[in-house]
Design a protein around this ligand. Structure first.
Ligand code: SF4
Length: 233
């Protein structure tokens, strides 16, 4: 096994960290059965990263068909491609196309630093737009904010009051009608999620209530279901 490099250009193979079947723990799809494809390698190094094994541990090179075969074991499940950062691998794009052609509901979790312009429209993009507490906010591809549709999700992972205020300002700068309830179905879904161990979830909930902010508080369902697990979700 080899260690993942972020410059994979072979479109027929992917560097895979793990494949697993579980309950979707995040996003507005939380609670649904989901086949997860966790790809290896990441171009960022967030301060709170809980998936370091995707770029520090060996990966498995797999052909696209081997990955598709895995998803076919769970024909009704959602399929989520996550990482690491999936968009650093060229093979991610044909994989997305193949999954859509097979009639799957495909979610793509991406870290906000790489343009979404070549991601197929029918893929549900879940973009984790990095706040300053991550140490990676300067790496964000800001133009992505305009590429998200009402079917997509924009997530802010928040570690402090400073991150919260940064995220609120970002929203008002780029989605001016974010707090207009009439438009909530016509804009990207917005999620605020606390960094475990850094920000109390009830404190974040109170800030959202105090500001009357039309964002969705996201807690991690999988950490409630399986508190001792550290990977495979
Ligand atoms: S983008 Fe995700 S996988 Fe990459 S360093 Fe940040 S938290 Fe970790």
């Amino acid at each position: 096994m080899a260690h993942p490099q972020p410059d994979t250009i072979d479109p027929l193979h992917l560097q895979v960290s793990e494949l697993f079947y579980s309950i979707q723990g995040e996003s507005t799809f939380a609670g649904y059965p989901c086949a997860f494809i966790r790809l290896a390698g990441c171009n960022l190094r967030c301060s709170y990263c809980d998936a370091r094994y995707t770029y520090e541990e060996p990966f498995r090179p797999l052909q696209l068909n081997e990955i598709i075969n895995f998803t076919e074991k769970y024909p009704a499940a959602l399929v989520q491609i996550t990482g690491g950062e999936p968009l650093i691998q060229q093979g991610t794009y044909p994989l997305l196309e193949k999954l859509l052609l097979a009639g799957r509901l495909v979610l793509l979790e991406t870290n906000g630093s790489i343009s979404l312009k070549d991601v197929p429209d029918d893929v549900v993009k879940i973009m984790d737009f990095k706040c300053p507490g991550s140490g990676m906010s300067e790496k964000m591809h800001v133009a992505n904010l305009k590429m998200l549709s009402p079917a997509d999700e924009l997530k802010f992972v928040i570690s402090s009051r400073g991150d919260y205020e940064w995220a609120v300002n970002c929203l008002y700068d780029h989605i001016p009608d974010v707090n207009n309830p009439v438009h909530i179905k016509n804009r990207v879904k917005v999620l605020f999620s606390p960094v475990t161990g850094a920000l109390d979830q009830s404190e974040l909930a109170q800030w959202i209530l105090d500001d009357g902010l039309l964002v969705r508080l996201q807690l991690q369902l999988h950490t409630i279901l399986w508190p001792a697990k550290t990977r495979g979700f």
